[in-house]
Design a protein around this ligand. Structure first.
Ligand code: PAF
Length: 273
């Protein structure tokens, strides 16, 4: 595995490769969820590039940028063992200069839900993803459905800017007890981890209601809010793939999303139906 620490090193390494490039952008602290993305990229492409970069521009002042988990040695090993060809591991100075052009998330879809709780977050995500796409020039890029709004906005950016990259959405990976894998789960104490299970339990209960024939969004939401009540809930929403609220669940075009704080840790989860 080649470790490229600058855009130039990455371009030099890619110059020696031919065929398709599968790209998995990450912020490190890799877990099985990332591994699933890398495995899919490995299966579907000639060359696999993974980036590890804790992108400062997507953290708001006061968020967890400085304490975001960093696990260089373990991450490198995971990439190597997963058959990654090139690991891109830049520093902030290599990715950003002063007074730069930046991407702006769309006025509506970029500032609801996650964008309302974290205004400006998606500007930072889209800016870094645009930079990464331009450095790597991937054929396909792999993103988890757990960050549903991020995924939708990246797909929109690729469309709006006529970019020739296939975005591959991948299902959320869960622990046996239902907890969605996230690099931020390491912040949870054992008691908080137990509380955090209410997110997946609420989504499971919502799925059950739909399967039993109750597709009314208000009913589903009320039921979920009861399950989530002990937590500090930020939102429970039922939207279509365009992120517009819907009165009734429509199979094939619905995402149910939840965001809540467990202690000081902010968690998100969702189910696609
Ligand atoms: O989902 C993430 O890990 C990050 O938001 C991403 C897409 C790597 C951009 O920094």
């Amino acid at each position: 595995m080649i470790i490229a620490r600058s855009a130039q090193e990455l371009k030099d390494a890619l110059a020696l490769k031919t065929g398709s490039i599968g790209f998995v952008p990450t912020m490190g602290a890799l877990h099985i969820g990332h591994r699933t993305l890398i495995d899919a990229a490995r299966k579907e492409n000639d060359t696999v590039v993974v980036s590890i970069f804790v992108n400062p521009t997507q953290f708001l002042p006061g968020e967890d940028l400085s304490k975001y988990p960093r696990r260089e040695e373990a991450d490198f090993k995971i990439c190597e063992l997963s058959g990654v060809d090139i690991l891109f591991y830049p520093d902030a100075g290599g990715m950003y200069g002063e007074d730069e052009v930046r991407m702006c998330a769309p006025d509506v879809r970029g500032f609801i839900l996650e964008g309302a709780s974290r205004p400006g977050h998606f500007d930072g995500v889209l800016t870094v993803v645009m930079k990464l796409f331009n450095i790597v020039s991937p054929t396909r890029a792999y993103f988890g459905k757990k960050d549903a709004q991020q995924l939708a906005l990246i797909m929109q950016m690729v469309n709006n800017f006529f970019m020739k990259i296939e975005i591959v959405p991948m299902d959320t990976v869960r622990e046996n007890d239902g907890l969605a894998l996230s690099s931020r789960n390491v912040y949870l104490s054992p008691a908080e981890r137990q509380e955090a299970l209410k997110l997946s339990a609420a989504l499971k209960s919502a799925t059950k209601m739909v399967m039993q024939g109750n597709i009314n969004s208000a009913d589903i939401k009320a039921n979920m809010e009861t399950i989530l009540a002990p937590l500090n809930v930020e939102y429970v929403v039922i939207v279509n793939r365009g992120f517009e609220s819907i009165e009734n669940v429509a199979i094939g075009d619905t995402i149910i999303l939840v965001a809540a704080r467990v202690g000081v840790t902010r968690l998100i989860d969702n189910v696609w139906m």
